[in-house]
Design a protein. Structure first.
Length: 604
């Protein structure tokens, strides 16, 4: 019998790896402890977040299930894991009476194998013939995803690893029907077909980094039906954790960096701008410049960049004036420089950006600073860079901290939007009249049915927004498309721009016309436009739509979570009265004096 731990943190820590890196034996040992604990639920402390996870695959999945369980525990969640019978992954998903559906998973991990996917074709078959032959494979997996999506089950799937066989060398690369090319093409087709439905574990990239022959020797397939050498399971953990975070609306999006010996060599306060190592004059300087290029590229791809450093702000900013500095002060949406501890600094950055601190990745060269943050802020991912700048990029990249399945326009403009928000907040801090400040922002908004190009972003907001989110119902891209096809559904996308910049598509609302009532099912908004009267603007628009439909009232619902307290009073502020249970009601023809907005209606 397991002893009942005193706390969730103690319990989860007892199942993990401690301070040591994961090894194959430690993964199997921890996996066994997790499965033993799952068999005695009474030993799990109350309040522990849990998740039902099913693992299905074409080959042996026992080892994989243990690695997945360990990954989820590392994320602070206890998993109950169902393993499908060997090789039955298609039947388990498609048969409503299977053990998988009886288990009732919240998330399903699918691990197919390339051997089931290659189609027998002549070597000289055309690319068109290959696509036509692979369409049935795509259709099968789409049917599986659809079956799971219909039950609101999240899906994580492995990207297929092509075989390493070369046959006659370069000629195979030019033949669309070669097995390796078939799998590469099938991966492309699946990634496109799975947009909004599937989160991917990029096994193909992992195999390439290791070397496909080393990663997946045939002897493991023939001896035990394993799709790769289990000794690489420690490399799988960060890859799966990243996919799990994305699937569960826990993705990291803020990269916070120290400065001295992190973005340049030396101490800016002691060495001065001329004395820091940065650029081609030394090997270390070149390495720091490469690291800065990598960080800048992350910012260009939608990662929010911030600084947290023990420094004088003016002296610290001078480092970005170095002639070889790739990064500039303007690349950072938050710049926290003081002589206070970094835990307090990270908390201030979270407050200033209005994002959850659990979305942070913190990088520092100093092990003592890293240990402090790990101890005091366990929800922050910490990367201790060490002393060799030439290793920084590979060390950080191997953690898969910021992986995403696809980019949206708003992703690529996120850093600029947060920089614009910071500029607006700086002006707000000096304002004495808040209404005058809002009026002076020159905000222009549009509220409309999402266009085709908007759907991925709408689903992204639905799946990832936690704070301004009245019900935290998670509608997938497929669900959004389904709503758009329904006559009784109202789907709205809100865009905002102001004189500091374009914030993009930052709010979505899903409602249903039910008799004489329009019921708001989901309403959420990006944290970067909180408290700007955008919600009043959107309510004006919804009232107008409801009136055109002949509705007499609006019905809103607030379902509290640990993170959405910011909207606890949203409906009362918008003129709704409490109704039964979690609902609030407002007449369409009621007064709108409380719906003052400083957003003007204009295409953005």
């Amino acid at each position: 019998m397991l002893d009942r731990p005193t706390s969730t943190a103690t319990f989860l820590s007892s199942l993990g790896f401690g301070d040591k890196p994961a090894t194959l034996p430690s993964i199997f040992q921890a996996g066994d402890r997790i499965f033993d604990a799952a068999a005695e639920p009474s030993a799990i402390p109350g309040g522990t977040t849990m998740q039902l996870i099913a693992v299905v695959g074409a080959l042996t999945i026992d080892y994989l299930a243990r690695a997945i369980a360990c990954s989820v525990v590392q994320e602070g969640v206890f998993p109950f894991v169902y393993q499908a019978p060997f090789g039955s992954y298609v039947q388990e998903v498609l048969d409503p009476g299977s053990g998988l559906h009886g288990f009732g998973p919240e998330l399903v991990v699918i691990a197919p194998d390339w051997r089931d996917m290659v189609v027998s074709l002549p070597v000289d078959a055309s690319a068109r013939d290959v696509d036509a032959a692979l369409a049935s494979k795509v259709g099968l997996l789409q049917a599986m995803w659809g079956q799971l999506a219909g039950k609101d089950v999240k899906v994580i799937q492995h990207v297929l690893v092509p075989p390493a066989w070369r046959y006659r060398g370069v000629a195979e690369r030019l033949a669309p029907a070669s097995p390796a090319n078939q799998i590469r093409r099938l991966n492309e087709m699946l990634l496109e077909a799975g947009r909004g439905l599937v989160t991917w574990v990029d096994m193909d990239a992992l195999a390439r980094e290791i070397g496909t022959r080393r990663f997946a020797p045939a002897k493991f397939h023939h001896a035990a039906r394993l799709d790769h050498d289990p000794k690489f399971l420690p490399d799988y953990l960060p890859l799966f954790r990243s996919a799990w975070r994305s699937a569960n609306a826990r993705a990291k999006k803020v990269l916070v960096l120290d400065l001295d010996n992190t973005l340049w060599g030396g101490v800016i306060g002691d060495d001065g701008v001329e004395g820091i190592a940065l650029g081609s004059e030394s090997p270390a300087g070149e390495a720091f410049a490469d690291w800065q290029r990598y960080v800048k590229a992350l910012g260009e791809r939608g990662v929010i960049l911030a600084v947290c450093s023990k420094n004088d702000p003016a002296v610290a900013a001078a480092g970005f004036e170095h002639p070889h500095s790739v990064l500039r002060r303007s690349d950072f949406s938050a710049f926290e420089c003081s002589w206070n501890d970094k835990v307090a600094g990270l908390r201030r950055i979270a407050r200033d950006l209005n994002v959850g601190i659990d979305s942070f990745v913190f990088c520092d060269d100093n092990p003592a600073e890293c240990n402090l943050v790990q101890r005091e802020l366990p929800e922050v991912a910490v990367v201790c860079l060490g002393a060799d700048p030439a290793a920084f990029v590979d060390l950080f990249d191997a953690g898969h901290w910021l992986d995403t399945d696809h980019y949206t326009r708003e992703d690529l403009g996120r850093a600029a939007a947060y920089t614009a928000r910071a500029a607006a907040l700086a002006e707000q801090a000096e304002a004495t009249d808040f209404a005058g400040y809002l009026a002076g922002l020159g905000m222009k908004g549009s509220l409309q049915r999402p266009r085709e190009a908007d759907i991925a972003r709408v689903a992204q907001l639905e799946l990832k927004t936690n704070q301004f989110n009245v019900t935290t119902r998670r509608h997938s891209e497929a669900a959004i498309r389904g709503f758009l096809d329904r006559n009784d559904a109202i789907v709205l996308a809100f865009r905002l721009a102001d004189r500091f910049g374009d914030h993009g598509l930052t709010s979505t609302l899903v409602a249903f016309h039910e008799g004489d009532t329009v019921r708001i099912d989901s309403w959420l908004m990006s944290c970067r436009i909180f408290s700007r009267s955008a919600e009043q603007f959107m309510m004006h628009g919804l009232i107008a739509i409801a009136a055109e439909l002949g509705a007499k009232r609006l019905l809103g619902e607030y379902l509290p979570t640990p993170k959405n307290g910011v909207v606890e009073d949203l409906y009362p502020r918008l003129g709704f009265a409490s109704a039964e249970g979690s609902f609030f009601i407002r007449d369409i023809g009621g007064p709108i004096d409380n719906l003052v907005t400083y957003v003007t209606d204009s295409p953005v």
